[in-house]
Every structure is written in C-alpha cells, then in structure tokens.
Ligand binder design. Structure first.
Ligand code: COA
Length: 185
C-alpha cells in the first residue's frame, strides 16, 4: 500500500517537474514574454501582482512598485508589466542612476507569487538585459537584493549578474549585483 502511494507521489512529482521544464523552455525559446506600459486599462491587474508571504518583508508589491515609479519619475523611472502571452505575470521598475558609476538601476523586479518558478523571471530578465544592452545609455545594470533573499540571489547569479562588495549605508542589509553588457560584436 505504502509503495503504491509512493509511486503515485513520484508520478505527480515527475509530471509537475516536466510541466515546469516545458513551461520554462516555452517561455525562453518562444520568447512569449513581452513588456507593456501600465495604463488605465491594466493598472488594476498590476496593483494585484503580489509577492509570497515570506517575500513580503523584502520586496514591494504591485501597488508599491507603481507608487515608486511615480516618486522616482525624476530618475526616468520606467515601470513595465511583464506578460506571458496575454496574462500579466509580473512587474519591473528600471531607473537611471546618473551618479558615477552610472548605470540602469533595476529598482524592483517581481513575478507574481502564483507565477513563480515557471521560468518567467528568467525569460523576462533576459529580455530586459538584451533590450537595455541594445539601448546602452549606461554600461551596466545594478540591482540591490536583501541579503536573506536567497532565491533572488540565486536567480541573479544564474542570470549573469555578479555580486560586488558595495554596501549602501542607507540599506546595509542589501547586497549589490551587477550585470555588465557584453562587448558589441
Ligand atoms: C526572484 C524572482 C524574480 C524569480 O522569478 P521566477 O520566475 O520565480 O524565476 P524562474 O522560474 O525563472 O527561476 C530561475 C531561478 O531562480 C531561482 N529561484 C526562483 N524562485 C525560487 C524558489 N522559490 N526557490 C528556489 N529557487 C528559486 C532558482 O535558482 C531558479 O532556477 P532553477 O529553477 O533552475 O532552480 C521571483 O522569485 C520573485 O519575484 N521574487 C520576489 C521578488 C524579488 O525577490 N525580486 C528580486 C529583488 S528586486
């Protein structure tokens, strides 16, 4: 009886893992991730993009990200909704940091709690890296991550960001990650 139960669970786990791999491959290969402005038509959905319970203390939610975009508009703050096909799955906020060393500051990057671990974050950050590398107002992207946010730190490691030892005195609990654009071919 116990073996039957174990086999059933194994089958469920395998199907779940395969499903995740297929979703990840689909979003990366087919590039079905797109970025859209926040408008009067989608802002309510955007404001409902939420981190999980355990992420709540270290990241802003959708409404917070929209508000941050407003207060940082003097830094050319740009807030985009991340869509997987027709569904909004996350939000991001990019600003210009013009003090030397100047960079794009990825102020917020959030995949909705129900859409995480499906490869959307990876596909979206890749698209952002490519798009900003193409524009190249600055030579790099910086992001600050709460030291205890292990998943996000693993995520940026995997996405080509490199941890550096800069500590911002105003938020010493954060670790900085930097992505430097590759040389143009
Ligand atoms: C970090 C975040 C953007 C990743 O997005 P995602 O769509 O869940 O990530 P992906 O499915 O593309 O996963 C890529 C990698 O991220 C890491 N990761 C993401 N979520 C994880 C989790 N819950 N547990 C463990 N690792 C995780 C893993 O290294 C994973 O690679 P793997 O699947 O090979 O193990 C998402 O978890 C999130 O929005 N978190 C809350 C907001 C935040 O912390 N933002 C970063 C600071 S600005």
């Amino acid at each position: 009886m116990a073996r039957v139960k174990y086999f059933k669970q194994w089958k469920i786990d395998t199907v779940y893992t395969l499903g995740n791999i297929i979703l990840t491959m689909r979003s990366i290969i087919m590039g079905c991730i797109t970025f859209h402005d926040i408008t009067e038509y989608n802002w309510r959905i955007a404001s409902n993009i939420k981190p999980s319970e355990e992420q709540k203390n270290s990241v802003a939610d959708g409404l917070g990200i929209i508000a941050l975009a407003y207060v940082n508009r003097d830094k050319n703050a740009q807030c985009w909704a991340i869509y997987a096909d027709a569904e909004m799955v996350g939000l991001m906020l990019v600003e210009d940091l013009i003090e030397e060393p100047s960079c794009y500051h990825l102020h917020e990057f959030l995949i909705d709690r129900n859409q995480q671990k499906k490869g959307y974050g990876t596909a979206a950050i890749k698209r952002l890296q490519d798009s900003l590398a193409n524009e190249r107002k600055f030579p790099r992207i910086e992001v600050c991550v709460h030291r205890d946010n292990k998943n996000a730190r693993a995520f940026y490691d995997k996405s080509g960001f490199v941890e550096n030892d800069f500590i911002d005195e105003s938020c010493p609990w954060n670790v900085m990650y930097v992505y430097t654009f590759p040389e143009r071919a």
